[in-house]
Design a protein around this ligand. Structure first.
Ligand SMILES: C[S@@+](CC[C@H](N)C(=O)[O-])C[C@H]1O[C@@H](n2cnc3c(N)ncnc32)[C@H](O)[C@@H]1O
Length: 195
């Protein structure tokens, strides 16, 4: 999940057979309506496909990586899928629109200058009772000090979620594999929270 020398398209190709994320599957159980979901940093569309298969009437897959468009072609349930190639920082988040926002390992790749503003827009785009799920990275993560990335202390994550109900906030540190940089130290918070 590190910054990719060959780009995010190559990373997506590498992970395209991965099963849908288990935390997302759990997060969906807390969703009241399945009208609209946003998948931020949709990448290989593994989670986007799961949202479609779970019956969301509209799924927005957002990613700055242009190959997402080709990847989405012929997708089952594609008439319910909207693919948007945009940086999170430039996306016009519709207010009170989504029952669920998924951001699997994608938000930390924004710079600190943008992070809080974008996270506030994510919250504003959730309906009342809507669910956010995704990851932030901690200060001991191997990507700390990489340009353009944002790390959070646990207090920092709790502060981002202070106006939400935290359903799950799991903090993990471990040495584990990366796509292109061998084994590295990971420091990850996994969040499920309700507006
Ligand atoms: C580590 S990958 C995760 C992809 C997918 N969510 C997954 O878990 O396999 C990060 C994804 O976020 C996208 N991304 C990173 N920074 C972004 C930004 N500022 N705006 C939009 N997309 C971004 C990348 O193109 C990439 O697809």
């Amino acid at each position: 999940m590190e910054k990719q020398p060959k780009g995010w398209g190559a990373f997506a190709e590498h992970v395209k057979e991965r099963a849908p994320d288990e935390t997302l599957q759990e997060a969906i159980t807390y969703v009241q309506d399945r009208e609209a979901a946003l998948d931020m940093g949709a990448g290989a569309l593994n989670e986007t496909k799961h949202l479609l298969a779970s019956g969301f009437q509209r799924v927005v897959a957002l990613d700055a990586e242009p190959s997402i468009v080709e990847r989405a072609k012929g997708q089952a349930g594609g008439e319910r899928l909207e693919v948007i190639v945009s940086r999170f920082e430039d996306y016009e988040f519709p207010p009170n629109a989504f029952d669920l926002v998924n951001a699997r390992y994608s938000l930390p790749f924004m710079s600190p200058a943008s992070f809080e503003e974008v996270f506030a827009k994510i919250k504003a785009s959730l309906k009342f009772g809507g669910i956010f799920t995704g990851q932030m990275f901690g200060p001991n993560d191997f990507r700390n000090n990489q340009e353009g990335m944002t790390m959070h202390s646990r207090e920092g994550v709790e502060s981002l979620l202070s106006d939400m109900e935290i359903i799950e906030l799991e903090e993990e540190e471990y040495d584990g594999p990366t796509y292109s940089q061998g084994t590295q130290h990971w420091h990850v918070y996994t969040v499920v929270a309700r507006k």
